[in-house]
Design a protein around this ligand. Structure first.
Ligand SMILES: [Zn+2]
Length: 70
């Protein structure tokens, strides 16, 4: 009975680990320290996560609106 409980706990733990790895794979790229890469809007200077920023050439913008205005 106790052994079965142990096995169940182990299986549950492994499932949780696998699920966590799956979720991590879907997240945007992160730096080594775990923080999101931030870029600076060339128009207003606001810092936004890279995956939310708009890129135009070499410059980054916080929104499509600012990318259009340059
Ligand atoms: Zn901006």
């Amino acid at each position: 009975m106790l052994l079965r409980l142990l096995i169940l706990t182990l299986v549950f733990y492994l499932l949780l680990l696998g699920l966590r790895r799956l979720l991590r794979g879907r997240r945007p790229a992160r730096q080594a320290d775990g923080s999101l890469r931030m870029v600076r809007c060339s128009r207003c200077g606001v810092h936004v996560p890279e995956h939310e920023a708009v890129r135009r050439g070499e410059a980054w913008y916080c929104s499509r609106e600012h990318a259009r205005q340059g």
